[in-house]
Design a protein around this ligand. Structure first.
Ligand code: RRO
Length: 305
């Protein structure tokens, strides 16, 4: 029997629960020659800010023995170019487009949400309150539960689009942030963004990255991400989109078992551009092999004790 891969997240019907994570897939165009983008559950685009953003000093990425560090610093062409040049291309690929937004102030987030509301081809918003690499905005909103709730509430008032808020792992209690985001009117929560880290070049006695610190991603962070999905699952009712170190279908299944209703492939897109498609195929095989009728039956199905 063909298993059911469809999921509904935040009122958004997806043909399968596997997305590509923001920042690891640009605006889709570079991947189009390499991957059948119409297979993806959704594409989450690189964070868009109100104005063009140049990003941080290079080097912006480096490999460590246990993951990738990035400090891109929100580089993107700004909302006008996104709407005029990027969205018309990416919406033609046949996967729902989720627009990740980032601002320096609550007003900027709100303005972005207002201007994206009702734009054809925008399926949902993902509010990035978790960028670890910029001084203003980003994590400053995601580290304080009250401010996270305030941003969510303000964006909620500005848009009828499905609203996903992306949380940071760089906090003491992620459940406190999740609860405020839920109270603020979000429709779903995505987690986790990258974990702040530092790579040092011992010979030069300098940081490797131009911005000194960066966000760690890749398989090293998967146990942290699974733990946080599992914790947040118990704290809120909202559907969760789980990510952090997913490279294959087994990783994805683990996120469903921890309580995610959908997943995203992040850093591994850089290693294998078609990784998300392999995850979709492997997930289908897993459901067939275990005689599970649909992915929904896996969500939160880990048993303990
Ligand atoms: O652009 C970045 O440096 C960046 C962002 Br906005 C984010 O949300 N997470 C990350 O690891 N890098």
């Amino acid at each position: 029997m063909e298993p059911n891969l469809c999921v509904e997240i935040a009122g958004l019907k997806l043909k399968n629960p596997v997305m590509v994570a923001s920042g690891t897939f640009g605006f889709g165009d570079e991947y189009a020659p390499l991957v059948d983008l119409s297979r993806l559950g959704a594409i989450v685009v690189k964070s868009v800010t109100l104005h063009p953003t140049a990003g941080n000093r290079p080097p912006r990425v480096c490999e460590t023995p246990s993951g990738m560090l990035n400090s891109i610093g929100l580089q993107n062409p700004g909302l006008d170019v996104f709407l005029g040049e990027k969205l018309p291309v990416i919406r033609r690929f046949g996967a729902p487009v989720i627009v990740n937004i980032a601002g320096k102030t609550v007003e900027e987030y709100t303005e972005l949400a207002r201007r994206l509301d009702g734009i054809p081809g925008v399926a949902a918003l993902e509010v990035n309150i978790s960028c670890p690499n910029v001084k203003e905005g980003g994590i400053a909103f995601g580290a304080d539960p009250g401010i996270a709730g305030q941003v969510t509430r303000s964006v909620r008032r500005a848009t009828g689009l499905p609203l996903i808020v992306k949380l940071s792992p760089n906090v003491t209690d992620i459940t406190a942030v999740a609860r405020e985001v839920e109270a603020g009117g979000a429709d779903a929560i995505s987690l986790i963004n990258t974990l702040t880290g530092l790579a040092i070049d011992a010979e030069r006695r300098r940081p490797v990255l131009g911005n000194t610190t960066g966000g760690l991603s890749g398989p090293a962070i998967k146990p942290v991400a699974l733990y946080m999905v599992w914790r947040v699952r118990q704290a809120v009712k909202l559907p969760l989109i789980g990510m952090g170190g997913i490279t294959n279908a087994t990783d994805a299944v683990e996120f469903f078992l921890a309580g995610a209703s959908a997943v995203a492939v992040g850093m591994y897109n850089f290693v294998e551009p078609a990784a998300a498609v392999s995850v979709i195929e492997g997930l289908r095989n897993y459901l067939i092999r275990h005689r599970i009728p649909g992915v929904g039956q896996l969500v939160g199905a880990m048993t303990t004790g």
